[in-house]
Design a protein around this ligand. Structure first.
Ligand code: PMP
Length: 425
């Protein structure tokens, strides 16, 4: 196998050095199965980070469905195909009534782009409200509303941002925090209207994942939805991270968060690594957009993708992955809370739900990303992979494949306990 140094040099000369690699000494795997990665020398690493291999790396059911359908027929949606209709029915059956139509795409970016395009056409407005620390994709439109990653694309004139408050780090009374956030949203909506943009949509991740899973005031999400609708806008829930049972208690993050969206976008775990995404919406929205636009997407909704997507849903059901995420996530969160209180000098709080958990690092109320980074590296030394999120990158991000099992949980938790014990403030 090529050494890291040689491969990095070749990578820099082709892909370039700007696409970040994880870890001071990056990892190079040769295979992965379930929730375990393997290196060329046979060392195994526990995956506590990746949400794309939702039902497990190289899952047998998914691999079989993919290869059997690829060997049989792969074609676009201009020919009738039962498999894509079967899959659409199965996927839509996981949504609340009224969200019963689907457009397929190939990436989360494409789904968000389409949702914004639909909202723009149907409302006749262009203004968009996003959080002030978020990421929704790679297109020009989305780069113009990216606030949580470095981009040279200036924020669009039609974009307003909302700071998502976090009660874990804001000591003020909840009602005051809520009132301030909603007043700021009111001001943004007024400014979009005065600027002639109007409000076409709000675009939020219901879990506020990139933001670092803030504990938001009760009433914030409903307040956003009410105000956006009153201003004539549509509500888009970006479920690229929060969907497919990640929360443990709900299949969809918008149901967990009490957000009633007009459009739901999804990607990442949907195809377990096979590139696919979707926008789910109502019959009315689909009819109004579809009757005016001949929507065709060459690769989206092909029978291979449908077979893969169906296998993901079947595997989730067969292995009861969502209830398991709730059960294991609950156990993990309890231990995270214990660890947070044991290390109160540098851990502010434990966060999360289901199999999406975090520890928020702060010293004397000041975010401590360097300590979070130390722990990520210390976990790697124990061969457990996690990462960081949040506006200060000070929140540990533990978001394993949903196929994470009871046998793996103690490995992760023990590694975390040992890694935290090494931290010197
Ligand atoms: N939305 C969210 C919340 C995401 O986390 C991401 C990817 N990190 C995207 C959209 C974009 O998805 P993709 O990379 O598949 O285009």
């Amino acid at each position: 196998m090529t050494s890291n140094a040689d491969l990095i040099a070749r990578r820099n000369r082709t892909i370039g050095p700007y696409s970040p690699l994880f870890y001071a000494e990056p990892l190079q795997f040769v295979s992965a199965k379930g929730v375990w990665f393997t290196e060329a020398n046979g060392d195994r690493y526990l995956d506590g980070y990746n949400n794309v291999p939702h039902v497990g790396h190289a899952n047998d059911r998914v691999v079989r469905a993919l290869s059997e359908q690829a060997a049989l027929l792969n074609v676009h949606t201009r020919y009738l195909n039962e498999r894509v209709v079967d899959y659409s029915e199965r996927l839509l059956s996981t949504f609340r009534p009224g969200l019963d139509r689907v457009f397929f795409g190939n990436s989360g970016s494409e789904a968000n782009e389409l949702a914004l395009r639909i909202a723009r056409q149907l409302t006749g407005s262009t203004g968009v409200i996003v959080s002030d620390y978020s990421y929704h994709g790679t297109t020009i439109t989305l780069a113009q509303m990216t606030t949580g990653l470095k981009t040279r694309e200036p924020l669009g004139a039609h974009v307003r941002t909302l700071r998502i408050p976090d009660l874990d780090s804001d000591p003020r009374p909840e009602a005051e925090v809520l009132a301030e956030a909603l007043a700021s949203l009111d001001a943004s909506i007024a400014s979009l209207q005065e600027g002639g943009f109007g409000v076409s949509a709000s675009l939020f991740d219901p879990l506020f994942s990139t933001e670092g899973m803030p504990r938001v005031p009760a009433g914030l999400v409903a307040g956003i939805v009410d105000r956006v609708r009153a201003a004539g806008g549509m509500v888009i829930a970006d479920e690229v991270q929060s969907g497919f049972g990640r929360t443990g208690s709900h299949m969809w993050g918008h149901d967990y968060a009490g957000m009633e969206p007009d459009l739901v976008t999804m990607g990442k775990p949907m195809g377990n690594g096979h590139p696919m995404s979707a926008v789910v919406t109502s019959e009315d929205v689909l009819d109004r957009f579809g009757s005016r636009n001949e929507f065709f997407n060459t690769f989206a909704g092909n029978p291979v993708s449908a077979a893969v997507g169906e296998a993901v849903l079947l595997e989730m059901e067969a292995e009861a992955l969502m209830p398991r995420a709730q059960e294991l996530g609950g156990q993990a969160l309890a231990r995270f809370r214990e660890l947070a209180s044991q290390h109160g000098d540098f851990v502010r709080t434990a966060k999360g739900t289901g199999l999406f958990l975090g520890l928020d690092f702060a010293v004397d109320g000041v975010p401590a990303p360097h300590l979070a980074k130390q722990v990520v590296e210390a976990m790697k030394a124990r061969r457990v992979l996690i990462s960081r999120i949040g506006r200060d990158e000070s929140v540990l991000k533990v978001r394993p494949p949903l196929a994470f099992g009871a046998a793996e949980l103690p490995i992760l938790l023990d590694a975390l306990e040992a890694s935290l014990a090494e931290v010197r403030v």
